[in-house]
Design a protein around this ligand. Structure first.
Ligand code: S3P
Length: 448
């Protein structure tokens, strides 16, 4: 099921070399934050390069429901007229965040210190995911949450009337939790402090500073200590959303495993809190180069050049790198199947609570396609078969998870027999142009 009724079954077939340039769409994390911070500013924020995937469109609708004006010009520029910090109106309908954990968790944080109530729901995947990780710290501000058992959506948040600032150590490595607390801290008086033991993506901190909030980050023995001064007036911004490194991962990995490939993926942000996959691939022996390295908007950016890499070796991925590549383990496990030897991935418990249980979903599909996988609660090992030796031939369940669907479709480009997925519909949540982009490179991916 795609979450919208009909499933879109898809298959991927052994392809000749992938060649050309892959212009991937805007970054999902930064797109959500652009809309939310724009909605919390006074005046007009102008956004170009916004990811027009379903997850982000759902966040745009939610911001409208809370009183912000969000419009799209014909040329694809988005304009957000914000209501200011503390200015959200109470939505008169349930907010449906679709498939998006980032959307729902960040919006819950952003409204939790305003005197309004809002009820949130999502698709079958989102309604299974844990929300207590966000509602626990939001409770410290004075917000109340009532949801289904196990802290699941649908859930109503009653925002705090007199919010208190909070000092909170995030118990799991999660940028969504960190961001929810920071966004809630915006409308609390005084300083809100968030401590994270492991560094996770820092887009919220960078963007809050860009919108004029007073925010500092200090590396200490406790971890990263982020201090935000509440009740700022956020100044609207002009934002050029960089291309999504997590989407770039798919054409890059496809090129590495498909014989005769040479693909350029231009303008990819290499923020160190995000770029762990590329470090890992290079350690495995991938022919992956950063060309035209530069800085844009304070972030390192490069064009990625990926070529067929028949001699990759399995490695042990350092667990401390996990947060910087958490969304990329599914496609890494596909590359690992084509490498020689074992790829060992530890410290990845968070993979079990993503859009699907990603260890379970990938392990099951890899095994069905002839790849040996071992797994435990927070680890998994893929036994590589080497280039040309991965059988394929099976249909994999995507479990309403875009990255599972895309990973198996990448895999089928280089297996002996085609690989199918039961539903490619969820791909539209993050990478709506995946099919034409891959086809233009020469990938044989079909519907039905
Ligand atoms: C995201 C954080 C990560 C990531 C997700 C996007 C964000 O989730 O998996 O795709 O934009 O903050 P967690 O915070 O649950 O690790």
């Amino acid at each position: 099921m795609s979450g919208h009724g009909t499933s879109i079954s898809m298959s991927s077939h052994r392809s000749k070399g992938l060649n050309g340039t892959a212009e991937v769409p805007g970054d999902k994390s930064i797109s959500h934050r652009s809309l939310i911070l724009g909605a919390l500013s006074v005046g007009e924020t102008v956004i170009t390069g916004l990811l027009e995937g379903q997850d982000v469109l759902d966040t745009a609708k939610a911001m409208q429901a809370m009183g912000a004006e969000v419009v799209r010009d014909d040329d694809g520029t988005w304009r957000v007229h914000g209501v200011g910090v503390g200015g959200f109106a109470e939505p008169d309908q349930v907010i449906d965040c679709g498939n998006s954990g980032t959307g729902v968790r960040l919006i819950m944080g952003a409204m939790a210190t305003s005197p309004i109530a809002a009820t949130f729901t999502g698709d079958a995947s989102l309604n299974k995911r844990p929300m207590a990780r966000v509602t626990d710290p939001l409770g410290l501000f004075g917000a109340q949450a009532v949801g289904r058992s196990g802290g699941r959506l649908p859930m109503t948040i009653v925002g705090a009337h007199d919010p208190l600032p909070v000092r909170y150590t995030v118990p799991v490595p999660s940028a969504q939790v960190k961001s929810a607390v920071l966004l809630a801290g915006l409308n609390a008086p005084g300083q809100t402090v968030v401590i994270e033991r492991e560094a996770t993506r820092d887009h919220t901190e960078r963007m809050l500073a860009g919108f004029g909030a007073e925010i500092t980050t200090e590396d200490t023995d406790e971890g990263r200590v982020i201090t935000l001064t509440g009740q700022p007036e956020l100044t609207p911004q002009t934002i050029a959303v960089p291309r999504d490194l997590s989407s770039a991962a798919f054409p890059v990995c496809a090129a590495l495993i498909t014989e005769g490939s040479d693909v350029l993926v231009p303008n990819i942000g290499l923020n160190p809190t995000r770029a762990g996959l590329f470090t890992t691939l290079r350690e495995m022996g991938a022919d992956l180069n950063y060309e035209n390295e530069r800085e844009e908007g304070g972030e390192p950016v490069a064009d990625l050049r990926a070529r067929f890499s028949p001699d990759m070796k399995g490695i042990e991925v350092p667990p401390e790198r996990a947060a910087s590549m958490i969304d990329e383990y599914p496609v890494l496990s596909v590359v690992a199947a084509f490498a020689e030897g074992q790829t060992v991935m530890r410290g990845v418990k968070e993979l079990r609570v993503k859009e699907s249980d990603r260890i379970e979903a990938m392990a099951t599909g890899l095994r069905a396609n002839g790849v040996e996988v071992e797994d435990g609660p927070d680890w998994w090992i893929v036994h590589g078969r080497g280039q040309g030796n991965v059988p394929g031939g099976a249909t994999c369940a995507s479990h309403l998870d875009h990255r599972i669907a895309m990973s198996f479709l990448v895999m089928g480009l280089a297996t002996q027999s085609p690989v199918s997925v039961d539903d490619g519909g969820p791909i539209a949540t993050s990478f709506p142009v995946f099919e034409p982009l891959m086809a233009a490179l020469g990938a044989d991916i079909r519907r039905g």
